[in-house]
Unconditional design. Sequence first.
Length: 237
Amino acid sequence: MNTLQNYRATASEKGRFLTKTYAWMAFALVLSAAAAWYTSNSIEMISFIWGGKHIAFYVLAFVEIALVWGLSASIRRISRTLAAFLFILYALINGVTLASVFILFSTTSIAYCFLGAAGMFLLMSIYGMTTKQSLAKAGHYLMMALLGVILISVVNLIITKITGEKLSTLDWIISLATVVIFTGLTAYDSQKILAAAERADDGEAYQKLAIIGALELYLDFINIFLALLRLFGKSRD
């Protein structure tokens, strides 16, 4: 990899980096969708994951968090092959835990919300890559807002577990805030990826950076999609 601070990628290097990033993201989405569909149609898998006290589900959710944190924290030290393996593993496990989407919501709702999420993601990604305004400050505030939403969601979950009653209004507010936050983060992450592409070469470091960029975009898309489902999804008949 060229280590000169003033290095600028050629048009072909920039294009290859962006292509790799979005190709990794699309590949992860396909893997997750396939894993979710397979799991939702397997009685054995459903029983294993959601049977009893949902212990397997909570373990898988913990593994997902560990994979995202571990991949992000160690990306500079691990090989490209290991980074790709961890990303693929995360996409598969996330697909398994998302199988409930096919169980709880109608196919029509899933399709409409997916298309809605895709449209919002595409528009904000284009905006992030074309705007001349820096989105760094906006990204900082969006991350703070995301932390707040996570804390409120945890409190909401605890209250629901204790009282046995779901706070529908708070759920709606959390879902709406999630759409807004991750829509904004899509633009922010897209701008970061474009900035990285300006210096990208074909070295391993930038190949790993493409995987991390894909992970960020994947998380943006998935969270928009799930929030739209919670807002507008219709239950299966």
